[in-house]
Design a protein around this ligand. Structure first.
Ligand SMILES: Cc1ncc(COP(=O)(O)O)c(C=O)c1O
Length: 401
């Protein structure tokens, strides 16, 4: 966009016309009860069916207590980056607990998942080196590749044969196919389906490439102990050397980490610019996350309940003929056709008392606009049934695509 007094206004008007202009809603509070899934931003609280608080921990009083107590001891800000004076005992203990929880030697905290992916990918991939990523990977993995100056090749979504094709050496240049890194979302954030991690691990091993799995939406949710997609798939740290997890979703707090073998994690600590050149998380957030990790381990009922709600939602939605994705996770997108319809459906749901955001391009490919429904362990059966009925009614009243 060139500098011109009208330029921003014109660009905004164009986005508006294409139904692609985004706006925020300010949450004014929550309905009664710590487990409330009813944020208020207008007159009445809405039932939230689009957050990432899968286990219902974000407003759990035990996390609030841990945060408050730690803030009394440590204060609010960490005051510096980890490599200066910002790395406290709370951070250190959390890293050790995350390493143990994920069955890895070592873990390194980042301030956000976005920064973890950008930092890890750009630390491991040098200028001109090749790296492979799923076409539907999260923006932060793609941005890490761009920042690295490496050559990014994107394989068709969840298509291991396509990834293998990109790695196959050609006859004239036997090394031409090699890559340093293969990266994939574990659970895809907008689709809810899971990556074929065992096959990707075998491919990466065969080509001596690092495999990075970003399990932002699987950690805490999948696996008998909440260890995520890799626990569910029974894959070791040997098979998947780099596991990225985020703390702002199922764990209900904020931040992220990468876990793996000790030297590899230490190398990332030396190299990841989004780790080195930023202020460490507040120690109280690390303390709250330690409390969350304990609940993820000690309260498996949350995962079991969530899985039951997913089954219930899918069965009811199928009866109503809704267009669902092939997802067994709490991310249950409902495809609606285009951006205008997605916005209209979201508005109709809002009028019926539900908050389900319309997801449009460029977050998802144009033509695959959707309502991204997500479920949480603190929803109940009646709420899920009510949502499905409201969805069916909203889609019935929409103009045809
Ligand atoms: C797959 C995936 N990775 C990374 C992130 C970024 O995590 P954070 O919100 O902690 O920056 C997200 C979503 O926010 C995500 O969906």
């Amino acid at each position: 966009m060139r500098r011109h007094p009208q330029a921003a206004a014109d660009a905004l008007a164009a986005l508006q016309q294409q139904h692609l202009r985004r706006a925020r809603r300010t949450v004014l509070g929550y309905g009664e009860g710590a487990g409330s899934t009813r944020p208020r931003w207008g007159d009445a609280p809405l039932l939230n069916f689009c957050g990432n608080d899968y286990l219902g921990l974000a407003r759990d009083p035990r996390l609030t207590a841990a945060l408050t107590e730690a803030a009394r001891h440590w204060g609010v800000g960490s005051g510096a980056s980890h490599l200066v004076t910002g790395h406290t005992r709370e951070h250190q203990l959390l890293e050790e607990e995350l390493a143990a929880f994920t069955g890895r030697e070592s873990a390194l905290l980042f301030s956000t998942g976005y920064m973890a992916n950008v930092g890890v990918v750009s630390a491991l991939c040098g200028r001109g080196e090749r790296l492979l990523q799923d076409r539907l990977n999260h923006a932060s993995l793609i941005d890490g590749a761009r920042l690295s100056g490496g050559r990014l090749l994107r394989y068709r979504h969840n298509d291991v044969a396509d990834a293998a094709r990109l790695l196959a050496p050609d006859e004239g240049a036997p090394q031409a196919g090699s890559a340093v890194l293969i990266a994939t979302d574990g659970v895809f954030s907008m689709d809810g389906d899971v990556a074929p991690v065992a096959a990707l691990a075998a491919l990466a091993q065969q080509h001596q490439a690092w495999l990075l799995v970003d399990d932002a939406h699987g950690l805490g949710v999948l696996g008998a102990h909440g260890g995520g997609l890799l626990e569910q798939a029974g894959l070791t740290g040997q098979q998947v050397p780099l596991l990225v997890g985020t703390l702002g979703k199922a764990l209900g707090t904020f931040g992220a980490f990468v876990a793996g073998e000790r030297d590899l994690i230490d190398y990332i600590l030396q190299r990841a610019r989004s780790y080195i050149y930023t202020t460490a998380l507040p120690p109280a957030v690390a303390a709250a996350t330690r409390a969350a990790l304990k609940l993820v381990r000690d309260e498996p009922w949350r995962r079991q309940r969530l899985a039951a709600l997913v089954t219930r939602f899918r069965a009811a939605a199928a009866l109503e003929g809704l267009a669902l994705a092939d997802s067994q996770t709490p991310i249950q997108p409902v495809f609606v056709g285009d951006a205008a319809r997605a916005l209209a459906a979201s508005l109709a749901l809002q009028q019926a008392g539900y908050w389900v955001t319309a997801i449009r391009a460029p977050t998802v490919p144009a033509g695959t606009e959707r309502l991204r429904v997500t479920l949480s362990a603190v929803h109940d059966e009646a709420q899920v049934d009510g949502l499905v009925a409201a969805l069916a009614e909203a889609l019935r009243t929409l103009a045809p695509a």
